[in-house]
Write a protein that binds this ligand. Structure first.
Ligand SMILES: CC(C)(COP(=O)(O)OP(=O)(O)OC[C@H]1O[C@@H](n2cnc3c(N)ncnc32)[C@H](O)[C@@H]1OP(=O)(O)O)[C@@H](O)C(=O)NCCC(=O)NCCS
Length: 291
């Protein structure tokens, strides 16, 4: 046990509260469920020396084996999203576990789900269209899953007839609800709302898209939109026909970007996930706060 953990145990507070980083408000863990998300598009363009320099600076914060793994990405955009995903994971692990940055280790399950071994918290990452989000269940290790979708990015190569491509993913009832909308863009938005909910749940339990997605059925799915209903939490879910006691939240983050957060209702006291947009610079501060 390190000093911070030992001291927090004596004081009866969570190590993260003891470690709270006063000058980075976004990195205080004052809610049961927190999503931090960053816009990484400024690091996408590899042709300016400023963006090359910051890319290299962020890469240097990772352990050598993770730096090496970044090289496998063909597209700079994918490498950047994975890079920031790893930085956010290390920031969460070091702060919530109360350990030094260099001691943070990410382990992966056989299906690829990352976690920190024997952590008292749980987290899950999603990245798409230049946004990277980490959802954290901060005070116990009950599962959380997150999925972020940029509808324009996801549908940019779609051809006519796409409405018939999802019979392996959605149940008859879900399909009916999705296609009951008339406007083609709204149909796509609704389709990806159902999609994000399925991914968030299957990522929470760790199976990802390997599972039978039609065994998970959603009802009461809200049409979220930044200019209207930007948060919705009344969605219900059945797995193999049985209702499950989970909370499903939908957030509209940008005009074309939606996010689903799934977590078990077990031991949950608060009714809303706290969502914070963070700067890439804040990640650097978070690193230095625990080094
Ligand atoms: C998990 C999965 C749904 C991610 O889909 P996606 O649309 O590409 O990506 P997202 O941006 O939403 O999520 C990516 C993140 O999910 C996390 N992840 C990976 N596998 C996961 C799993 N089985 N369960 C939960 N989360 C997982 C990782 O943190 C990953 O980001 P990172 O690589 O930067 O750490 C998809 O990869 C999947 O179905 N995997 C499961 C099984 C599989 O194919 N495994 C291959 C290795 S055996």
């Amino acid at each position: 046990m390190n000093d911070e953990v030992e001291m927090s145990a004596l004081l009866g507070v969570h190590p993260a509260q003891f470690l709270a980083v006063v000058d980075i408000p976004e990195f205080t863990w004052d809610a049961e469920c927190v999503v931090l998300y960053a816009d990484v598009r400024s690091l996408w363009l590899g042709n300016s020396s400023a963006s090359e320099e910051s890319f290299a600076k962020y890469v240097s914060l990772l352990p050598a084996y993770e730096q090496l793994a970044l090289k496998k990405y063909h597209f700079r955009s994918d490498a950047v999203q994975h890079l920031v995903s790893l930085l956010l994971q290390h920031a969460v692990i070091s702060q919530l576990q109360g350990i030094a940055w260099k001691d943070s280790r990410i382990t992966r399950s056989t299906s690829g789900r990352p976690s920190y071994q024997s952590a008292r918290f749980d987290y899950n990452v999603s990245h798409h269209g230049g946004l990277v989000a980490i959802g954290v269940r901060t005070v116990n290790s009950k599962r959380i899953g997150v999925d972020i979708v940029d509808i324009d990015e996801a549908t940019k190569n779609w051809r006519s007839g796409w409405e018939n491509d999802f019979h392996d993913v959605f149940t008859e009832n879900e399909y009916k609800t999705i296609l009951s909308e008339r406007d083609s863009y709204k149909i796509k938005r609704r389709l990806f709302t159902f999609w994000a909910l399925k991914e968030a749940y299957t990522k929470a339990i760790g199976v990802g898209l390997l599972s039978d997605l039609k065994s998970v059925e959603f009802t009461n799915v809200g049409d979220i939109d930044v200019s209207g209903l930007d948060h919705y939490s009344k969605t219900l879910c059945k797995v193999n026909g049985e209702p499950i006691d989970w909370r499903f939240e939908l957030f509209a983050l940008e005009k074309t970007v939606i996010m689903a957060v799934a977590t078990s209702n077990d031991d949950l006291l608060e009714n809303k996930t706290s969502v914070k947009l963070i700067n890439l610079q804040d990640i650097i501060k978070a690193v230095h706060s625990v080094t």
